[in-house]
Design a protein around this ligand. Structure first.
Ligand code: PGA
Length: 253
């Protein structure tokens, strides 16, 4: 299985700038050994999809979803709507949504299950706070989040395999990444939860990504760490040329 690099634009780039980013990114030479995804704001899905083109293009994804397919949920977007843009994945439970929008473990679990139902891979984001880490509770905090995210029917494997992104909150946007060996140790903890709930095989086959202050200088050390199946990149994905360079740097020469 190829390793995976996902760009998370967060709340950047409406349709005009999104189209320009994708067109610029299409000019980048991309390594065949990695899969590349771009998570864009809902309003930019159409423009991004229209600009994707064919060879060497990234997978398209969203950054959030609601768990119902249709109904009186003003302002929300359903998995089926994301599917109309051929979205193949969607982030759920990003720490910024948990913090600023009150997203709970229960909501994350419902979103993950609804996405799989629609054939879209949920990218379930988990990670401890700095206080939890300092108190020696990082592993238990992450275990709890992963366990909770699996409570509403999301499964490892299947036609829209779940992806877990370990993103320690203190590392997101801080310029202070979690060292690869420590990220790997947490990935092992995450796989342990998956193995217990599903099977060792399903756990081994589930991609677990690291995210938090990844840049072109550090990306290769994560991509070459066993048990780290790729990275989620925020700030360093905003410039298409820089992100192209990051994707090339991710693969050993
Ligand atoms: P960052 O963000 O790379 O800017 O730290 C990562 C993320 O939030 O997914």
């Amino acid at each position: 299985m190829n390793k995976l690099i996902i760009a998370n634009w967060k709340m950047h780039y409406g349709p005009v700038k999104a189209g320009a980013w994708i067109r610029a990114f299409r000019r980048e030479r991309l390594p065949k050994e990695v899969d590349i995804g771009v998570a864009v704001p809902h309003v930019s899905l159409a423009a991004a999809r229209a600009s994707l083109g064919r060879a060497g293009v990234p997978f398209l994804g969203a950054q959030d979803v609601f768990w119902k397919e249709e109904g009186s949920y003003t302002g929300e977007v359903s998995p089926g709507m994301l599917k109309e843009f051929s979205s193949t994945f969607c982030l759920v439970g990003h720490s910024e949504r948990r913090r600023h929008l009150g997203e709970t473990d229960d909501m994350v679990a419902k979103k993950a299950a609804a996405l799989q139902e629609a054939g879209i891979s949920p990218v379930i984001c988990v990670g401890e706070t700095s206080a939890e880490r300092k108190a020696g509770k990082a592993k238990s905090a992450v275990k709890k989040q992963v366990t909770a995210a699996l409570k509403k029917g999301a499964v490892a494997g299947g036609k829209a395999p779940m992806i877990i992104a370990y993103e320690p909150i203190w590392a997101v946007g801080s310029g202070k990444a979690c060292p690869p060996d420590e990220a790997k140790a947490m990935h092992d903890v995450i796989r342990g939860v998956l193995a217990k709930k599903f099977s060792k095989k399903a756990a081994d086959e589930t991609r677990v990504l690291y995210g938090g202050s990844i840049d072109r200088q550090t990306v290769m050390s994560y991509m070459t760490t066993t048990g780290v199946d790729g990275v989620l990149v925020g700030g360093a994905s905003l410039d298409p040329r820089e992100f192209g360079l990051l994707c090339r740097t991710a693969v050993p020469a």
